[in-house]
Design a binder for this molecule. Structure first.
Ligand code: ADP
Ligand code: MG
Length: 241
C-alpha cells in the first residue's frame, strides 16, 4: 500500500471527527471520499498531509510512519501534494513564480531545476503560455489547474484533492476534471474529496463513504454509488441526487 491510515482518531474538543478510521490506498489508485458535509473528509486529508495532528492511530506512506512525532514534516509534505477548494494563488506573482515559490523557499531546491520542472508540467497540462501571466488574468478553472501544478512540482507520490471544483462556475469544472483524468492516466495516486458523484464514478477506482468518523462502506464506484449495501449510504445518495 502506498498510503495506510490505521485506526486514525481525530478529536476537536469533545467532538470525535475521525473515529478509528482505516483506509488503504494502493499505488496508482484513485480513491474518492464522499460523505455529508462535516463527515471529516477535509480533516482526513489534512491529517494525511500533516497539517493536522492525529490523536491516535498511524498513517504510513510507502511503509514509513509519517505520524511518528520524530518525522520531518516538511520532507513528508514534499511527497504529498494537497490542493484545496480555494486555489489561493498569490496575486502579485506570475503563474511560474506561484508554482516555484514553495519548492525553492521552503524546500530549498535549486531554482533552475524547479522552474524547468514547473514548465514541463505546464506544458503537459496545456498551460505553458500562461507561465508569465498573473492569476487575475486567468479563469477560475485555469487558476485551479495552476494550483494543481503547484502541488505537482515536487513530484509527489500522492496527490490529495479537497473539493477542487466546488468554487468553480459549472462551465469551468470540466477543464479541471479533465486534468485530473489526465493525471490518473499518468499513474498518479490520488485521494479526492468530492460531492460530484458523476465525477467520482468516472475517475475513481474506489469510492469510500465516510460516516460518523469511519469509512462505513467502500468499493467500486458502480457498487457504492449504484447499489450501496449500507442504509446510511443509500440515505446520503438519495439526499444529494
Ligand atoms: P467535511 O470536509 O467532510 O465537510 P470536515 O473535515 O471539514 O468535514 O469537518 C469535520 C468536522 O470537524 C466538522 O464538524 C467540523 O466542524 C469539525 N472541524 C474541522 N476542523 C476543525 C477545527 N479546526 N476545529 C474544530 N472543529 C473542526
Ligand atoms: Mg471538506
Amino acid at each position: 500500500m502506498l498510503l495506510s491510515c490505521t485506526d486514525v482518531r481525530k478529536v476537536f474538543g469533545d467532538h470525535v471527527v475521525l473515529d478509528d478510521l482505516s483506509l488503504d490506498v494502493a499505488e496508482h489508485e484513485v480513491v474518492a471520499l464522499i460523505g455529508a458535509s462535516g463527515s471529516g473528509k477535509s480533516t482526513l486529508l489534512r491529517c494525511v498531509n500533516l497539517l493536522a495532528e492525529i490523536d491516535d492511530g498511524t498513517i504510513r506512506l510507502d511503509g514509513e510512519e509519517i505520524t511518528d512525532p520524530r518525522i520531518n514534516a516538511d520532507l513528508v509534505r514534499r511527497k504529498i501534494g494537497l490542493v484545496f477548494q480555494s486555489y489561493n494563488l498569490f496575486p502579485h506573482m506570475t503563474v511560474l513564480d506561484n508554482i516555484t515559490l514553495a519548492p525553492t523557499r521552503v524546500h530549498r531546491r535549486a531554482a533552475d531545476e524547479t522552474r524547468a520542472q514547473a514548465m514541463t508540467w505546464l506544458e503537459r497540462l496545456g498551460l505553458a503560455d500562461k507561465a508569465r501571466t498573473y492569476p487575475d488574468r486567468l479563469s477560475g478553472g485555469q487558476q485551479q489547474r495552476v494550483a494543481i501544478v503547484r502541488a505537482l512540482v515536487n513530484s509527489p507520490r500522492l496527490l490529495l484533492l479537497d473539493e477542487v471544483t466546488s468554487a468553480l462556475d459549472p462551465e469551468l469544472v470540466g477543464e479541471v476534471l479533465t486534468m485530473i483524468r489526465d493525471l490518473k492516466s499518468e499513474g498518479m495516486t490520488m485521494v479526492l474529496a468530492t460531492h460530484e458523484m458523476g465525477f467520482a464514478k468516472q475517475v475513481a477506482d474506489r469510492v469510500a463513504f465516510l460516516h460518523a468518523g469511519k469509512v462505513l462502506e467502500q468499493g467500486p464506484p458502480e457498487q457504492v454509488l449504484g447499489d450501496p449495501t449500507e442504509p446510511r449510504t443509500r440515505q446520503f445518495l438519495s439526499r444529494i441526487i
